[in-house]
Ligand binder design. Sequence first.
Ligand code: FES
Length: 102
Amino acid sequence: MRFLALDKLINIEDGYRKRFKIDSLELILAKEGDEFFAFGAVCPHQEQSLDEAMIENQTVICPRHNFGFSLQSGAHVEGFCSSLPVYTVHFEGNEVGIILAS
Ligand code: FES
């Protein structure tokens, strides 16, 4: 497990949304209210970008067909689509990032 720093906390306000591409990983770091989320940048249904996706009730809503994905598990809310990758947000010092398995 290793920490991958994405941004400094001082840069992040409520409503923050930023896409990162690191090797083959493409993800979005977001802050809504007091909560931070990190999730795959592309919808698993038909590869719609999630840069502008709405987040509510710990769910990200794809703007193309309005499928919702849990930001805790990545699961499609209605249960018939593949899951969205989600990542554990972690803080170290003044940085925020994700925990990677290796
Ligand atoms: S492309 Fe995202 S719900 Fe269809």
